[in-house]
Design a binder for this molecule. Sequence first.
Ligand SMILES: [Zn+2]
Length: 179
Amino acid sequence: MSDIYIHPTAEVSSKASIGDGTKIWNQAQVREGAIVGEGCIISKNVYIDENVSIGSHVKIQNNVNVYHGVTVEDDVFLGPSMTFTNDMFPRAFNNEWRVSETVVKKGASIGANATIRCGVTIGRYATVGCGSVVTKDVPEYALVVGNPAHQIGWVCECGFKLNDGVCPECGKKYSMKGE
Ligand SMILES: [Zn+2]
């Protein structure tokens, strides 16, 4: 292990794999079989379930649970207290979880306190506004907000909302259909 920081109060399984330069903060837990890439920030109170795969340069803010069945690709931002689920038909008296797979694609951002229903895919560089409840797939580069979340525009790779297909921040141009 080189250049990895694990806070003394974090609980990281010896059967988890942690990439170089990743920092794991207070009271975070990383379960057995989990794979966390390079240069990630795993903040306070984050839970990474068994066999979950997290890409590189991912930022996970405080109080996020990444449950079994969720896959997080490179460069993803998970805002504070956002919530994943993993069973579409939960009952306390069922013995087994029936996990539906959820994928957060490269570069996507999920705002604070958003909820992502299991079984959906969040497209590359999409942004989910804070407090949104996502119940269906989010197209790449889409900006979605509300409950249930609906698309209100497109975002640049740099994160800013496009104005007629042009990023007001970095000037990058896009040709998007279906806005
Ligand atoms: Zn931009």
